[in-house]
Design a protein around this ligand. Structure first.
Ligand SMILES: [Zn+2]
Length: 375
């Protein structure tokens, strides 16, 4: 007899490669050991959603100076590890694929660290080495501005035209250490440089398909084909603005004008905490009212697009929870992950294929990166 959707989902090793939950620890003092209705991710809801591995993004804003970004990254790592230690009945830190499988066997959730924006590395490989020792296992080389490593997809004018000379050294050193190169947020030219210079497969930890939504954060069919050829994987982002043009780009950001003004005032004031949170809440309710969230089925359309293009081995999930204002309907937070398994079953995918999409594809890449580091 066929397994139930629930059985299949629990049996699978389910991976979410991107969330900004460390920011909620840092700025909102969230206790992730307690089930909350705030934000999208905590250790209780992770378990409910059957998510076995969640990557916590050590994210630094592009406006920080290099020293500020290094300090901020170390602080976020410390806060995340403290939180995991305080709730060791529910979760444990993982540093390898082997750790992840063992932690799942023991009935707990695994937390791994990814760094979003390579600014904290500054121009110093010793800092990269230390971040590896602290547990960082992927690095999204930049965020929404060019940095010392590469060009971002956000600004109109390029700075380096791809990876910088130091960025190339960093990619080489990441291969040697066993850190995954993440191309989300990168310019197309930076992506192709990573493809060229990385010895190991590369990933997009939270990006969608540009053929379905033309946002520059998304990947073209050609990029997805090249990524797959190298054995990499694209982890589909849950953000409506990356899933459909109807929710994205201009329409969305026009609506966010009011929020932008508030944020600018906030940055100017230099104060941290309550005011920013209040502004975020204001924006969330504004967007909810004006842009009803699309269905989770859109997300599965992006998964299917990748499968039709390159096969089932090169796609997975990178929610961007706690980094997005508004998730799709049906996937309001991490506790709802099983609905993806249900939809993939409905669309006729085999259990084996579903397990690949839910996590095994990404773990294959991580294993390969670990292997390259040993050679
Ligand atoms: Zn991001």
């Amino acid at each position: 007899m066929a397994k139930s959707v629930h059985q299949l989902h629990r049996e699978a090793l389910v991976v979410d490669t991107h969330c900004d939950t460390p920011l909620r620890i840092d700025e909102e003092h969230a206790d992730l050991g307690v089930r909350s209705n705030e934000g999208h991710n905590d250790f209780v809801r992770m378990k409910e959603g059957g998510v076995d591995l969640s990557f916590y993004a050590i994210f630094t804003r592009t406006r920080l100076t290099p020293n500020e970004s290094t300090v901020q990254a170390v602080r976020l790592i410390g806060e995340t590890k403290d939180m995991v230690e305080n709730h060791s009945d529910k979760v444990a830190m993982a540093y390898s694929v082997r750790d992840v499988r063992q932690i799942k066997k023991g009935g707990r959730g695994a937390i791994m660290l990814g760094m979003e924006n390579g600014s904290p590395i500054q121009n110093d490989l010793a800092l990269l080495h230390e971040f590896y020792r602290m547990g960082v296992r992927y690095i999204t080389l930049c965020h929404s501005a060019h940095n010392q490593l590469c060009d971002s997809c956000a600004p109109k004018e390029p700075k380096w035209g791809g990876l910088s000379p130091f960025g190339k050294r960093v990619v080489e050193e990441m291969n040697r250490l066993g850190i995954v190169v993440d191309v989300s947020h990168l310019s197309d030219a930076s992506f192709y440089d990573c493809l060229k210079y990385s010895k190991a497969p590369i990933v997009a930890t939270h990006s969608c398909c540009r053929a379905l939504c033309k946002h520059p954060r998304n990947m073209t069919d050609k990029m997805i084909k090249e990524l797959a050829k190298k054995g990499g994987v694209i982890q589909i982002n849950f953000y409506p603005a990356f899933l459909s043009d109807a929710y994205g780009v201009d329409a969305y950001f026009d609506a966010a004008d009011e929020y932008d003004a508030a944020m600018k005032a906030y940055w100017k004031s230099g104060k941290k905490g309550k005011r920013e949170i209040a502004n975020l809440k204001k924006m969330t309710s504004y967007l909810k009212k004006n842009f009803p969230s699309p269905s989770y089925k859109l997300l599965v359309d992006h998964i299917e697009h990748v499968i039709k293009l390159v096969g089932v081995d090169y796609v997975g999930l990178g929610s961007d929870y706690d980094g997005i204002e508004m998730p799709p309907t049906g996937l309001e937070d991490i506790s709802k992950f099983e609905i993806i398994t249900k939809e993939l079953r409905l669309r006729g995918y085999s259990d084996e294929d579903i397990k690949k999409i839910l996590g095994e594809n990404f773990l294959r890449v991580l294993s390969k990166v670990e292997e390259v580091a040993l050679t």
